[in-house]
Write a new protein. Structure first.
Length: 108
């Protein structure tokens, strides 16, 4: 069977607060294939990425990446292959407000 890739979330970050990017629907699983963080600013930025099991309140155990630097006018690509179960939440934050996040998944 062919692998199908699909964009499941895109977000222009306008706040440094952790923001929900994707919530896995009930009765499904999603494999997060690739996450791309693009810094559109002329200054360096940082990002945080968290996956919360069943939408739990955020805590240190949920972070997949924390204050990772992204150079000015550059991007970072994370190839993860992380499986999300029903109601798991993927959240992201950036230090500045000129970053874009794109998340792709694949289904077999």
């Amino acid at each position: 069977m062919a692998t199908n890739y699909k964009i499941i979330g895109q977000l222009d970050m306008t706040s440094a607060s952790l923001t929900t990017l994707y919530t896995c629907p009930s009765a499904t699983e999603t494999v997060v294939s690739t996450i791309i963080i693009a810094n559109r600013a002329s200054a360096a930025d940082t990002f945080r990425l968290a996956m919360r099991d069943g939408g739990e309140a955020i805590s240190d155990k949920h972070y997949l990446a924390y204050d990772v630097p992204v150079a000015a006018n550059d991007s970072t690509t994370l190839t993860l292959g992380v499986t999300m179960s029903a109601t798991d939440v993927l959240s992201v934050a950036a230090g500045g407000t000129a970053s874009t996040v794109v998340v792709q998944r694949f289904r077999c």
